[in-house]
Design a protein around this ligand. Structure first.
Ligand SMILES: Nc1ncnc2c1ncn2[C@@H]1O[C@H](COP(=O)(O)OP(=O)(O)OP(=O)(O)O)[C@@H](O)[C@H]1O
Ligand SMILES: [Mg+2]
Length: 407
């Protein structure tokens, strides 16, 4: 996929900006707060349909304004013609998406146009952050390839909130005694929707695990292997302990209990698994007033040589794991969408030592020729321009993007 033209109106700190990037590597330089990250966010949003940042989408609208628009002309690998696409976020009416001048409605609103992968300094949170960071990683990868996945997550979240309220009210004595027949329909919904979430996550994981392992092998110098282990919350074992049990000789992914990662379980299998877990944890749930079973509590454990990187990884190892996850996302999207993802590298190289810089550059080059790449930095010293020849240089300042001469 290639971005030919981008037009922003009232998007974050941009009042009105137009930009035609080059088809190869684009280096965006600007001082802190100039709007470099915002620009990458706009590209990610218009191409994938989702913002790469967690948080409220209404924050995309420039302060004091009612609506923002991101409009792009893009070309997919196998088409020669440019497609016009636009995402509008209106404070009153929410999000709307147009493709080729036509408004998309319903599930189509999230239709996937192509892939984009954002590498950001915050990616270290994938390794060091709470389990929700790693769940978000899987969810974002799935959402970028399956338009309906976002809706599924939303419905799961709504059902979960209802069930939690019932449990919390009963546990705190705010409501009369909670009858199990009242809880049961919500449990059933969580079994059905949660089972689907689980299947989608495992499907994404099956495409991510091997490339993540391969990337890590190239970025680290220890020869130790990266393993991704999906641990459903229902298991009685503590996730960190369960992660320890994975031997490096194992395949790149394992899931509990006994599911092969390359063959995600059937709907019946996930439903049966969740139903049993709910039955086992019922007393706990009633006592604590909280839903303790389901994908909202699952963990993805990243381990190096069998030890969880979150706890035992050195700073450098953790950084390599985070990079490996993004490189894997690129491989996964390319395969799932049959199109070359855009690579958005937000101030990534300045934080890497020379070895990892070279490793990342090599991997990006191998990931395939023809990637359109966007790199940001405050100055040229933080960007390995030599690795991206030929490249076009732009300066971001005062809400504008202008060609720069490099001096
Ligand atoms: N909705 C909004 N309306 C107006 N301004 C916003 C909005 N959201 C964010 N901003 C502003 O956009 C500015 C630029 O942010 P951005 O993160 O893109 O900078 P940057 O160039 O990446 O800086 P750095 O080099 O520090 O990473 C920030 O100062 C922020 O306050
Ligand atoms: Mg930034």
């Amino acid at each position: 996929m290639r971005l030919q033209h981008l037009a922003l109106v009232d998007f974050r700190n941009y009042a009105a900006a137009e930009w035609s990037p080059s088809p190869g590597a684009n280096v965006l330089l600007g001082s802190n707060g100039a709007g470099k990250t915002n620009l990458l966010e706009a590209i990610h949003l218009v191409v994938t349909g989702v913002s790469p940042r967690a948080g409220r989408e209404r924050d995309l609208v420039r302060w004091g304004r009612e609506a923002c628009s991101v409009r792009a002309q893009v070309v997919r690998d196998e088409f020669s013609g440019a497609l016009d696409c636009q995402v509008v976020w209106d404070r009153q009416q929410g999000k709307s998406v147009r493709r080729g001048g036509k408004a998309l409605t319903g599930a189509g609103r999230t239709a996937v146009l192509g892939g984009a992968v954002l590498f950001s300094p915050g990616d270290l949170d994938l390794v060091k952050g709470p389990p929700s960071s790693r769940r978000d990683y899987l969810d974002l990868a799935a959402a970028k390839t399956l338009p309906r996945y976002r809706g599924l997550l939303r419905r799961y979240g709504t059902a979960l909130a209802h069930r939690n309220r019932l449990l919390a009210d009963a546990a705190s004595g705010r409501s009369r005694h909670l009858s199990l027949s009242e809880l049961q329909p919500w449990t059933q919904q969580l079994i059905t929707l949660g089972g689907e979430v689980l299947r989608h996550r495992l499907w994404a994981l099956s495409g991510l695990a091997a490339p993540a392992r391969a990337a890590y092998a190239r970025l680290s110098d220890s020869g130790e292997a990266l393993t991704l282990t999906y641990v459903p919350a229902a298991g009685q074992a503590e996730p960190e302990t369960a992660g320890m049990a994975v031997h490096p000789a194992n395949p790149p992914t394992t899931v509990l209990p006994g599911w092969a990662a390359d063959h995600p379980p059937s709907p019946a299998a996930t439903a049966a698994h969740l139903a049993q877990a709910f039955a086992e944890r019922q007393a706990d749930e009633l006592a604590r007033g909280l839903t303790l079973v389901g994908p909202h509590r699952d963990e993805l454990i990243l381990s190096i040589a069998g030890a969880p990187a979150r706890v035992f990884g050195s700073q450098g190892e953790q950084r390599s794991v985070a990079l490996s996850l993004r490189l894997a996302e690129n491989v996964f999207l390319r395969q799932a969408l049959q199109d070359t993802p855009l690579l958005l590298l937000d101030d990534v190289f300045s934080e890497l030592d020379a070895r990892r810089r070279m490793g990342l550059l090599g991997l990006l080059r191998e990931a395939g020729e023809g990637h359109q790449t966007f790199l940001t930095g405050t100055d040229l010293a933080g960007v390995p321009v030599e690795g991206f020849a030929p490249m076009a240089l732009f300066r971001v300042a005062e809400g504008r993007i202008a060609p720069a001469d490099g001096h």
